[in-house]
Design a protein around this ligand. Structure first.
Ligand code: BES
Ligand code: MN
Ligand code: MN
Length: 479
């Protein structure tokens, strides 16, 4: 057997142990956006660090300092920088992943406990928070290393690692950490990195593996409206005062229309129309409106035309309304006039848009619309966080290597996709290291990242681990 074949075989024969390890990871409630769970994020970082050590990876934990969240000063979870191998004759691949997860409560509508990995034998689903985003993919890399270590075969490439615990909350402190490591040059651990691979997104459907060459950026805002000194009784003050919520709802309704068109002047207009070649890319993709509706769990696609839907996600900006802070939202019928409300929305960005370019347009539009209300309330637009969009060169050997790996494992040609989601650190790696970055997804479109009953299919975990390893062999073989 070739080294590659015994590696593949090891993955198959150790699937149960790998799933058990995923269960251990899922059980740690590493929710970065909840101050009460911050210690669990740190525990998760230590757990991952311990696993890496056991597998022979040299690591250092980078203290990213503290930050303010929910009125508290909190320790940031550490970035884990790792290295395995320093053979000058081999290529060096840097891998990124995040060990934090989105919040989850059984009462959100989960069928099982979100932090107990449930193996559904009938469907083959591994269900639990973080299974697909992003603990499964991170553990995929560990599976690859373990196979090589226990089989006593050398890794085909040198590896470098960068794992963080704040991705779901804006990757606080990470850009600086990466830039500093790069700046150290020969003394730094990212010296000599030839390419980057990130497994933190999903196939476009449930059938066809994908390689991803683009991500949208994001700009996240809050519209804060206030006026009264405290919450008011609507019986005493209704039709008597300017109500913040009324102003806010009216403003929020002016951001986007029901077709998804962005109503802020100048934002949709920034994007060049697709030419025929680009249109063709979407037309030939293995994708249907049914796929989006299956993933969404409802017949709610904006169009019956798959090209329109695909372009909406991959090459168009989008604006989503997320919620209203300070609004009465508990059960019951409290007759309150909230004194201060914050409407949250974000805009997903595509080239040439950046948060810097669109923020002035957002501010100017909301201010001019608010002025039309003649309201005595105060309105202030707050920019909360953001990241630039990213597009990569798919002709690079890094993408070629991944294509070969997918063909070898899945016997299928991958879809080339641009994603609607954002991983701001992608651009940081591309720019600070000056190398090609590849997104190599493990999970499927219907995994339900961020949602209830998040899952990773067992086959995606196992075959996906093989893809990651095979990709390293293909990188090693690349010219
Ligand atoms: N894994 C996702 C990124 C992603 C989502 C890629 C969907 C492709 C499709 C990542 O964990 C994530 O949730 N990112 C946030 C980033 C934000 C907080 C800056 C996102 O996209 O909302
Ligand atoms: Mn993720
Ligand atoms: Mn996520």
């Amino acid at each position: 057997m070739t080294a590659q074949a015994s590696f593949s075989n090891y993955i198959d024969t150790h699937a149960e142990a790998f799933i058990k390890r995923l269960g251990e990871a899922v059980a740690i409630q590493s929710i970065s956006s909840d101050a009460r769970r911050r210690q669990d994020v740190i525990v998760m970082g230590n757990w991952l660090n311990g696993q890496l050590h056991q597998l022979g990876v040299e690591t250092k934990l980078v203290d990213l300092g503290t930050h303010e969240m929910q009125g508290q000063t909190l320790q940031l979870p550490p970035a884990i920088i790792g290295r395995l191998g320093s053979d000058p004759a081999k290529k060096t691949v840097l891998v990124y992943g995040h060990y934090d997860v989105q919040p989850a409560l059984k009462s959100d509508g989960w069928d099982t406990d979100p932090f107990t990995l449930v193996v559904d034998e009938d469907s083959g689903r591994l269900i639990g928070r973080g299974s697909t985003d992003d603990k499964g993919p991170i553990l995929g890399w560990l599976n690859v290393i373990e196979a090589h270590k226990n089989l006593g075969i050398a890794m085909p490439v040198n590896m470098r690692f960068c794992f963080e615990g704040m991705e779901e909350s804006g990757s606080e402190g990470l850009d600086e950490c990466i830039e500093e490591e790069v700046k150290k040059g020969k003394e730094g651990w990212f010296d000599g990195v030839d390419c980057v691979c990130i497994s933190d997104n999903y196939w476009q459907n449930t059938r066809t593996p994908a390689l991803t060459y683009g991500l949208r950026g994001i700009a996240y805002f809050s519209i804060n409206v206030s006026g009264p000194g405290q919450d008011l009784h609507s019986g005493l003050f209704g039709r008597t005062v300017h109500e913040p919520m009324t102003d806010l709802i009216k403003l929020m309704s002016k951001l986007v229309n029901h077709n998804g068109n962005i109503l802020i002047p100048g934002i949709d207009e920034m994007i060049p129309r697709p030419d025929d070649d680009e249109l063709k890319l979407y037309q030939v993709m293995d994708y249907t409106t049914a796929d989006i509706e299956q993933a969404a769990g409802g017949k709610v696609a904006l169009s019956e035309d798959k090209t329109v839907v695909l372009m909406g996600r991959m090459r168009e900006p989008s604006l989503s309304l997320h919620g209203i802070q300070g609004a009465f939202s508990d059960p019951g019928c409290k007759t309150v006039i909230p004194a201060k409300v914050g409407g949250k929305f974000s805009i997903r960005l595509v080239p040439p848009q950046t948060p810097e370019k669109i923020t002035p347009l957002v501010n100017a539009y909301l201010e001019s619309e608010f002025a039309k209300f003649n309201s005595k309330n105060k309105m202030q637009v707050e920019y909360l966080h953001g990241g630039k969009p990213w597009v990569a060169d798919v002709k690079h050997w890094n993408f070629e290597a991944a294509k070969k790996a997918i063909e070898a494992v899945y016997k299928k040609t991958p879809d080339y996709t641009r994603e609607g989601g954002s991983i701001p650190v992608t651009l940081t790696f591309a720019e600070s290291l000056g190398v090609n970055v590849l997104l190599l997804p493990m999970g499927r479109a219907d995994d339900g990242a961020h949602s209830t009953n998040e899952k990773l299919d067992r086959t995606n975990f196992i075959q996906g681990s093989k893809v990651l390893g095979t990709y390293l062999y293909e990188v090693a073989a690349a010219a």
